[in-house]
Design a binder for this molecule. Structure first.
Ligand code: 1HE
Length: 261
């Protein structure tokens, strides 16, 4: 394991495990922590097939470090927000897919970080909030785009205006997370899912992270056209040709039955 200041980094069987490690401050995202996340995400993109982001201690992440934020001028604030956007974009639309393993507080900037991953696994202790309204600020790490698209702008407005906190179960019902598991099991489940993702053809994973979100921003007709281009590009790759042949020659695994989670 490599420790770079506030983040732990381990490469385990093609999976980069990125652990937020400021538990005494509930993994609140300081300037050092966001820089360390950025460096870990870059490194993961170079040497791993998939990344898992998790939090050390009792909480995933308490959001923006409010102590540092209180000192910023408006101009520093906009640069600060743009830096978060750059790093979270690299998670959402970078080189490899990411899975978030969530427990305890997943609030404010912590939810923005989680929303930039492709798959979110929460354990039953996880709770979700956007307390920016109570703190007198606005979201700045991408929530008005990513969280609003996941759960709807109406639900996000409710969370911000009323300070509503959602349980893991409710978060799954409103599309904030895709999996809910027993307390303490989020990281193990995230690693298991990451292992499956790592076995896919890299070009298919690339298409899912690069093409799928962009197609959501296109018109119906343009989306279908973009899809055809991506389909043609992936299916003619040597890896796809070999994987299709493996299926036809009965060398590939058959589909698994649905799992009850
Ligand atoms: C912090 C932060 C923080 C904890 N910045 N220091 N985020 C929030 O508004 C959430 C604020 N935090 C909380 O509501 C609670 O800390 C928790 C529910 C997450 C956890 O409660 P608990 O009882 O386990 O811990 P605690 O006693 O409240 O906090 C422990 C320490 O962490 C304490 O410091 P200490 O020196 O007194 O020990 C806290 O001050 C510190 N701490 N959270 C700084 N967030 C790009 S825009 C994004 C905008 C946002 O993210 S707004 C949401 C901010």
């Amino acid at each position: 394991m490599t420790k770079r200041g506030t983040v732990d980094y381990t490469l385990e069987n093609d999976i980069a495990l990125i652990g937020l490690n400021r538990p005494d401050k509930r993994n609140a995202i300081s300037d050092d922590l966001i820089d360390d996340i950025g460096a870990a995400v870059d490194r993961a993109g170079r040497e791993a097939k998939v990344g898992v982001i998790y939090g050390r201690g009792d909480h995933f992440c308490a959001g923006l470090d409010l102590a540092e934020h209180a000192e910023r001028t408006p101009f520093e604030g906009v640069h600060h927000s743009r830096k978060w956007h750059r790093i979270f974009n690299e998670i959402e639309r970078g080189a490899i897919p990411f899975v978030a393993a969530l427990h305890g507080a997943v609030v404010g900037g912590g939810l923005e970080l989680a929303a930039s991953t492709q798959i979110r696994v929460a354990d039953e202790t996880a709770f979700f909030a956007l307390p920016e309204g109570q703190r007198g600020i606005f979201v700045g790490g991408g929530a008005s785009v990513r969280v609003a698209r996941l759960m709807s702008a109406a639900r996000m407005a409710d969370m911000m205006l009323t300070g509503r906190t959602l349980s893991a179960e409710k978060a799954e019902a409103v599309n904030l997370v895709q999996y809910v598991v027993a307390p303490g099991q989020a990281l193990a489940e995230a690693k298991m899912l990451a292992g499956k993702i790592a076995k896919n053809a890299p070009m298919s994973n690339f298409a899912v992270i690069q093409a799928l979100p962009r197609i959501q921003d296109l018109s119906h007709d343009d989306g279908l056209f973009f899809e055809s281009l991506m389909a043609a590009m992936t299916q003619t790759s040597p890896e796809a040709v070999e994987r299709l042949r493996a299926f036809l020659e009965k060398r590939a695994d058959r589909l698994a039955k649905p799992r009850d989670i």
